[in-house]
Design a binder for this molecule. Sequence first.
Ligand code: 26Q
Length: 752
Amino acid sequence: MNIETKLTSFLGKEIKDATKKELYDALRNYVYEQIQDRPLTVGEKKLYYISAEFLTGKQLGKNLINLGIYEEVNTLLDKNNISLSEVEALEPEPSLGNGGLGRLAACFLDSIATLDMNGDGIGLLYHFGLFKQEFQNNKQFETPDAWLKDNAAIHKTNISFPVSLAGETYQSVMYDFDVIGYKKGHTKLHLFDLESVDESIVKDGIRFDKKDIKKNLTLFLYPDDSDKDGQLLRIYQQYFMVSNAAQLILQEQKQLGHSLRDLDKYVAIQINDTHPSMIIPELIRLLMLEGMTMKEAADIITNTCGYTNHTILSEALEKWPLEYLNEVVPQLIPIINGLDFATVCAYHNNPHLSIIDKEHRVHMASLDIHYSHSTNGVANLHTEILKNQELRSFFKNYPYRFNNKTNGISFRRWLMHSNPELSSYIDELIGETWKENPYELERLFYFYNDEGVLNRLEQIKYNNKVRFANYIKEKEGIEIDPNSIICAQIKRMHEYKRQQMNALWIIYEYLKIKQGILPPRPITIIFGGKAAPAYIMAKNIIHLILTLEELIEKDPEVNKWLKVVMIKNYNVEVAEKLIPACDISEQISLASKEASGTGNMKFMLNGAVTLGTLDGANVEIRDLVGQDNIYIFGRNSQEVINLYNTNGYHSIDFYNGSESIHRSVDFITSEELSKHGDYTLLKELQDNLKNKDWFMTLLDLESYCGVKEVAIYDYENREKWKRMMLSNIARAGFFSSDRTIYEYNNDIWHLK
Ligand code: 26Q
């Protein structure tokens, strides 16, 4: 039956008479039927990718693309004067992630399915996800994101496991998300929940009783852990996730008739950062219940598990007090003690290698590295830093366990779906084989001197700017000039990512415009990102940005030339609209601190030029496109590491040593700006920059302003800029997550 007949029968009326909501439901049903016709991928060995986050984005559009029917549906709706993208917009976006780590997990599932690999994701079903970000008085407020209502992309299964938490048994429920690959492949994302969770206990923003585990367990991702109850809740969540995962894995293996002694032959488990690390002692415990010794079980689990590290920031490397673990998961304590004892004996009490430290805290990353066969970083530079600095002692002990897997992105979502015009123009130029072999994008270089092609790339960028301007006008009532240069910095708010440096550039530019020194054309600076609710400095940075946005908007002298937009509740949907419209991709983290970045890859693929430090995957972008197609500034990672090691950075010296830095920092508490903001918060931010500045903003500020100016003037050299766009697109093939997953499989999982 063709799509039109099928949809009409779902609708019980003609397409032209249906509402968008009815069409959304009909299309979702249609996709679900198609998915059922595609068998699940099987194979001798199975991967389980365990992660606290899966930032999947909306499913409908991506599924239509992967089923190969997007164009057909689009044309069909078009014929009836209905826009498919407006229908897609009705799907609530799953709020199951925070940032890069969660989005990476989603791209990985897409690639695993597309490469027809036997692999499922396992995580938690958070009712309110992270939180919804709102702005009031130029400040962030958090409200629950009720994304689950009305979303049937998820299906309840009859699988359920008992989980023991603080001595009480809780019965889980498993929900499934279908993951459908491009042209082939079908796997699942399993999300666990607890039926007794009660959404009505959330009051006054996102506050709730942290002790009421029965009702609160899966309400939020990363609930506030600034006190003991919050930390205990995180342990409850993590154990609930991994206990379900472990039981599911063992159950599936038993059903297949495999001996658990052969677990490593049939199963690969990838631990996404330390949040799922308790899967190691949990599996060892379960294998011991099946009659194995701890040594036997530990060996099998070591051969089964791989661990991915996503950060070198020490505050993000989890260390749980043994006493807290004992409260929530007493059943794991003998195992953790036993594993610690074994490493103490083997490594002569070397404190760098211990699992439990002198303060009786359990280092989850240490547990992972000792009891998995692979530890990987997520970009070359990051892996080198892990090997030579942060995890040096571990690397000396297990050199063969360390490996790099540079991150990647799904081109289905981040080009085919987000930028259909560019995607089909590329098809026109070089055919469609790049979709399965992304390195084929290099063939675009054939058109390097083709004026017609270069002009068309420019036109497509302009069209995407218009599309984004319309979107943001409708969503937030904000007007953006599509003829302006669009610079974008979209990522979690964090001092190491240095959104505050971008804000200081805005002040610098504002002051120049006030003096009559005008840029060659208007500039739009776009920010998007959430601050963790308890992270005061990140919230202060948002406050500074919103305050600048208001000041500039209200100043007729400046608003013709400069526009600042902080988009509220930044998510995958916004990213898909913004990235194709962007000219300059701001990747300005303090060198050595950003493990990889994946937004940088998305911008590049869509023809934006990177302005960044030599950090994370920016280094690999630079190597691929060459110096002339990227704007690099600031100190390199070795210089930064040396400054930390020698306590050699004093921000006050930079403040005192440069007239322009001094002026920009002072402006934060000026009367002009304070009129639009909260002086106390701005002062706190300013004091921090002058006296602490742990992430060395002032160190690179002058270099940043200088190089940004070069980029802004280069933009006027249209011939040069269009070629830079083409070079960036043509060299992006390496960053396909299909390549990354292929490498994980070859080096770590060995599925087939
Ligand atoms: C830890 C302890 C307590 C509370 C929260 C956390 C926590 C929560 C989230 C720690 C880390 C995260 C998320 C990290 C993350 O998203 N990392 C990003 O991972 C990307 C994919 O590898 C990289 O590209 C980014 O560079 C990295 O920042």
